[in-house]
Write a protein that binds this ligand. Structure first.
Ligand code: URA
Length: 457
């Protein structure tokens, strides 16, 4: 995937038209960015206002997005753009929540269920977690869809309910309200259909405008790289992480980012209810090693940044205690009950939605797992109905893939490579074929990049 340009001087090879400088007119502001100039905060504010109140037409907004994609933005422009996006709607005043507040944001991956068990672990350490999450779109899953597979769980709380719950139990897991960063809602929809998603300043402002509006004191990013991630290379992920950290910090919210590999799916499940089951296993101390490695890497930084631990080692020990003492499990139960869900799933995960068809996919030979392509598994889960291709699609909470083998494991002929959960025979057949291509058994164990690659900030 090609990433957009970084900002530079007015470039060569573009036809330049002379235009009078009248920053009030959309076409003049678009022309300035098209010609490679840095926009003023007023020009950026006009663009964002235009997206919010409809005073810029969709074709003008789209032209501006493409100009930004091609010309990039300076760090000052990105900060001004992020601020304007954040203030395009309401921002939460959480001063009545006495605890320090920490949140995380993952740039999205396959099987990434970390938020579900990490949030109660952090809250059990006495740091409040005001978490506003998104739905899955395309190949990557979303925390809201996973939570909604718990019967009754409400993610559409009002701001007042959100604040009151944070004051009461120090944890709230909700979806983006209509009032939060409305400019991003409009611009993200346009980016999706104008080939302007993969652009660091646009991604940075989109993520931070929502996260900073929710009222957190500190933020930790889980910036993923690899086949199953937005950023395909570690170098691109590092550039995004550096931009996120520098813009958030310049806007008064301390931030760090952890770069993590998304080469094979995280954990052994992909699919909404199946991932909740795995997250509950993490809270019982039976989580897969890779999932817990990413969980601890992100959670340690959250506790240190929030001032609840003096070092990552101290943070680790506090986090481990939340699992061994059962405190994180109790906190998860509390949040499920507070949001109307059936908390019995914690001890009885079979209460979660179950697919009608469950079929193992078996190895045709003995050997080592040479590859489990995260994107291939994600597309198989999408075919089963676990995700959505368009924002208005409904997801099937029960379907997906469980018991996935991991790269490097030894496997016997006929042993299961995974179990496919389906509610439809045709989808089951297609998904089996896709998974058979995504999971490769060979003579030598495959290798994966180091899971937690670096910490930025
Ligand atoms: N997530 C977002 O919220 N926005 C982007 O632009 C990319 C990922």
């Amino acid at each position: 995937m090609a990433l957009c340009n970084v900002a530079g001087p007015a470039g060569m090879g573009f036809i330049r038209r002379r235009m009078s400088r009248s920053p009030g007119f959309p076409q003049h502001i678009i022309a300035r960015k098209r010609d490679g100039h840095a926009l003023t905060p007023e020009e950026i504010a006009s663009f964002v206002r235009g997206a919010t109140d409809g005073s810029w037409a969709d074709y003008q907004l789209s032209a501006m997005l493409m100009a930004i994609f091609l010309r990039g933005m300076t760090p000052e422009e990105t900060a001004a753009y992020t601020g304007a996006m954040m203030h395009s709607g309401v921002t939460a005043d959480l001063s009545s929540v006495k605890q320090r507040k920490a949140d995380k944001h993952s740039t999205g991956g396959v099987g990434d269920k970390v938020s579900l068990h990490l949030a109660p672990m952090i809250a059990a350490c006495g740091v409040a977690v005001p978490m506003i999450s998104g739905r899955g779109l395309g190949h990557s899953g979303g925390t809201l869809d996973k939570l909604e597979s718990i019967a009754g769980f409400r993610v559409d709380l009002s701001f007042e309910e959100y604040r009151a719950q944070l004051e009461r139990i120090g944890l709230c897991l909700i979806g983006q309200t209509r009032e939060l960063a409305p400019a991003d809602r409009k611009l993200y929809a346009l980016r999706d259909v104008t080939a302007t998603v993969e652009c660091i300043p646009l991604i940075c402002a989109s993520i931070l405008s929502k996260k900073l509006a929710e009222g957190t004191d500190v933020l930790v990013g889980d910036v993923k790289f690899g086949r199953g991630a937005f950023m395909k290379t570690k170098a691109d992920a590092r550039r995004l992480a550096q931009e996120l950290v520098s813009v958030a910090t310049s806007m008064g919210t301390p931030m760090r980012a952890v770069l993590t590999a998304m080469h094979e799916p995280l954990g052994r499940t992909v699919g909404n209810a199946l991932e909740v089951v795995e997250s509950i296993a993490c809270l019982h101390g039976r989580g897969p090693a890779d999932t817990m490695a990413v969980t601890y890497a992100v959670a340690e930084q959250m506790l240190v940044l929030a001032g609840a631990a003096g070092s990552t080692a101290e943070a680790r020990s506090k986090l481990e205690q939340t699992i061994t003492s059962g405190a994180a499990r109790r906190k998860f139960s509390e949040v499920i009950e507070a949001q109307g869900g059936d908390a019995r799933v914690i001890d009885e995960p079979a209460r979660l939605p179950q697919a009608r068809l469950k079929e193992p996919l078996r190895a045709t030979r003995a050997g080592f797992v040479g590859d489990v392509d995260a994107m291939g598994v994600a597309l198989a889960a999408l075919r089963l109905g676990a995700g959505r291709s368009r924002a208005e699609d409904r997801v099937d909470p029960a379907v997906g893939v469980s018991d996935l083998v991991k790269i490097g494991e030894r496997i016997e002929a006929g042993a299961p490579l995974c179990v496919v959960h389906a509610n439809n025979e045709a989808a089951l057949g297609d998904a089996r074929e896709m998974l058979a291509r995504a999971i490769v058994v060979g003579d030598a164990p495959g290798t994966v990049p180091s899971l937690v690659a670096e910490v930025i900030g």
